[in-house]
Design a protein around this ligand. Structure first.
Ligand code: SAM
Ligand code: SF4
Length: 471
C-alpha cells in the first residue's frame, strides 16, 4: 500500500483550513437551518407521501441512558447511574414513551418493510436483557421486517453482558458497534473512561463466537495526552482484534456545550498539527492492514458491507455517519432522533422529560424541513463528495434536468481558491478532491455548495483561516 505523506507546504495548507468552523453535513440542509416547531399535520402528510414512494425503510431507535459520563462526550445522553434509586422510574417512563411513539408509527408504516434497524445512544446496553427483549418484540410485532433485515446496536464494553449478546443474536442482530476510544491508561483516566484491552478482547471474542459478523470500533483522536507513539500502540492493539470497521473521530471540542470537557487542560490536548499527524498515521496503519479509507473518518475491512457499498456506490452519509443502504427512508424513534425521508426531515424533542410529555400530544417533532428541488440537488452533490470524493455533473444534469456548469457557476468560482491550494481538480464534467489533502478537507469543498451558509461565510472563513496561519 502506498504510504500517505504530506509535504510541508501541504501540511500548512491543511492547517489553514482545518480549523474553520464548517459543517460535517450529516444531513443537507444541516439541522440548525430546519424550521422550529414544524406544523405536525403538514409533516405527517409529507411522511405519508414519502412512505408511499418507497416501501423500504430504515429504523433508528435512541436509548439515551448511560451509567457514567465520559468527559469528552458530545452525544445526546442522560446519565442515570447504574444502580441509582431513580433508574427504574426514569427508564420505565422513557420506554413507555418509546412504545407510544412506535404505536404512532404503526399505521404510517403499515405498507413498509424494515430493511435496517439500529439502536444508538447513549448506551442501548444500559437496558437490561429483559428490557431489550420487550423493545425488540414490540418493534417486530409492530412493523414488517425483511427476512434478511440488517440489525445493529451500539454497545459499551463496560456494561455489556453475555446475556444481552445472546439475546440480541437471538433476535437476528449481527452487527455491533463498540466505544473503544483509546487503550492508553493515561488517556483513559483523563477522559473518565477506563476499560482494559482484555475487557474489549473478551467481548469481541464472545460476539464473534455467537455469530456477530461485523464489529465496529469507535476511536477518538485529539484526546488529552495522546501522542503519535501512544496512538500507534492503541492502533496496534485495535489491529490485533481485527474489527470489521473503525470509526476514527476527531474530538469535537465544544466545552460550552459539553461541559465536562472543561475538565481538560488546554496544555494536555494535542494541537491541530498533532491531530494531523494522528490522522495521517491512522490512514497509513489501517491502510497497510488492508482497511479501506471511507469518507471523512471511517475505515472498513475489504469484505465488510461498508467497503462493498463503497465499491458498488451504494453508500449514504446520514447523521449516523457512513452507512450502507442507498436512499432508504429513515425513521428516527426516541428523544433527539432524526427522521430523514427523501423529501422531508424531522427531529424529535431532545430532552428526555419533554419527549415523554410531548409524545402524548402527537409526534414529538421540534424541527423539520421540507426539501425543495434545489435542496435535493445539493444533497446529491454533497453525497457524491463525502462518499466518493467526486462530483459527477453528468449524473446531476441527468437526474435534475439542469446544466450544472451554469447552475453552479458561483460555486465553481469559489472552488478556484481551493484549486489554487491543491484541494480539488476541475474539468467540464467533474469536481474531484485530491488525495489525500482534499479528501481530508472535504468539508471545505462541500461548504462551497451549501446554500444555507451565510453568503459571506465561505470567503470570510477562508480569509480568517489565512489570517490565522499568517499570525
Ligand atoms: C453513543 S457513543 C457509543 C456507544 C457507547 N455509549 C459507548 O460510548 O461505548 C457514540 C460515539 O461517539 C463518539 N463521541 C462521543 N463524543 C464525541 C466527541 N465529543 N467528539 C468525537 N466523537 C465523540 C465516541 O467515539 C462514541 O463511541
Ligand atoms: S461516550 Fe458513550 S458511554 Fe460515554 S457518556 Fe457518551 S454515550 Fe455515554
Amino acid at each position: 500500500m502506498r504510504q500517505v505523506v504530506l509535504t510541508r507546504e501541504q501540511k500548512n495548507t491543511y492547517l489553514k483550513y482545518a480549523g474553520l468552523s464548517l459543517p460535517r453535513h450529516t444531513s443537507y440542509p444541516i439541522v440548525p437551518v430546519w424550521q422550529k416547531d414544524p406544523d405536525e399535520a403538514l409533516f405527517a402528510e409529507h411522511l405519508i407521501q414519502e412512505l408511499a414512494k418507497d416501501r423500504d425503510v430504515s429504523l433508528y431507535v435512541h436509548i439515551p441512558f448511560c451509567g457514567k459520563a465520559c468527559y469528552y462526550c458530545g452525544c445526546n445522553r442522560l446519565v442515570v447511574g447504574q444502580n441509582s434509586a431513580r433508574r427504574d422510574e426514569v427508564v420505565g417512563t422513557y420506554l413507555s414513551a418509546l412504545y407510544r411513539e412506535i404505536e404512532r408509527y404503526r399505521s404510517y408504516l403499515a405498507g413498509s418493510v424494515v430493511q435496517q434497524l439500529h439502536f444508538g445512544g447513549g448506551t442501548p446496553t444500559y437496558l437490561t436483557a429483559a428490557e431489550l427483549a420487550t423493545l425488540l418484540e414490540t418493534l417486530k410485532s409492530s412493523f414488517a421486517f425483511a427476512a434478511d433485515a440488517d440489525l445493529s446496536i451500539e454497545v459499551d464494553p463496560r456494561v455489556t453482558t453475555s446475556e444481552q449478546l445472546q439475546l440480541l443474536r437471538g433476535f437476528g442482530m449481527k452487527r455491533l458497534s463498540m466505544g473503544v476510544q483509546d487503550f492508553e491508561p493515561v488517556v483513559q483516566r483523563a477522559i473518565g473512561r477506563e476499560q482494559s484491552f482484555d475487557m474489549v478482547a473478551e467481548l469481541v471474542a464472545e460476539a464473534r463466537a455467537l455469530g456477530f459478523d461485523s464489529i465496529n470500533f469507535d476511536l477518538i483522536y485529539g484526546l488529552p495526552f495522546q501522542t503519535t507513539a501512544s496512538m500507534e500502540r492503541t492502533i496496534q492493539k485495535v489491529l490485533r482484534l481485527a474489527p470489521d470497521r473503525i470509526a476514527y473521530f476527531r474530538l469535537a471540542v465544544l466545552p460550552d456545550l459539553f461541559k465536562l470537557q472543561r475538565l481538560f487542560k488546554a496544555e494536555d490536548l494535542p494541537v491541530s498539527a498533532d491531530c494531523l499527524e494522528l490522522m495521517l498515521m491512522a490512514i497509513n496503519l489501517f491502510g497497510e492492514a488492508g482497511y479501506e479509507f471511507i469518507g471523512l473518518d471511517h475505515f472498513a475491512a475489504g469484505n465488510d458491507p461498508l467497503a462493498r457499498a463503497y465499491h458498488e456506490r451504494t453508500l449514504t452519509r446520514t447523521f449516523q455517519g457512513m452507512t450502507t443502504g442507498k436512499g432508504l427512508n429513515l425513521i428516527g424513534i426516541g428523544a433527539s432522533s432524526i427522521s430523514m425521508l427523501d423529501g422531508c426531515y424531522m427531529q424529535n424533542q431532545k430532552e428526555v422529560a419533554f419527549y415523554g410529555e410531548q409524545i402524548h400530544q402527537g409526534f414529538p417533532w421540534v424541527r423539520g424541513m421540507i426539501l425543495s428541488q434545489d435542496d435535493k440537488l445539493r444533497r446529491e452533490v454533497l453525497q457524491q463528495l463525502y462518499c466518493y470524493g467526486k462530483i459527477d455533473f453528468r449524473l446531476c444534469d441527468e437526474k435534475f434536468g439542469i446544466d450544472s456548469q451554469s447552475y453552479f457557476a458561483k460555486e465553481l468560482q469559489r472552488l478556484q481558491l481551493l484549486l489554487d491550494d491543491g484541494l480539488v481538480a476541475l474539468d467540464q464534467e467533474t469536481v474531484t478532491v485530491t488525495d489525500p489533502l482534499g479528501r481530508m478537507l472535504v468539508r471545505v469543498v462541500a461548504a462551497a455548495f451549501d446554500r444555507y451558509l451565510p453568503e459571506n461565510a465561505f470567503q470570510a472563513g477562508l480569509a480568517a483561516g489565512q489570517a490565522s496561519t499568517a499570525g
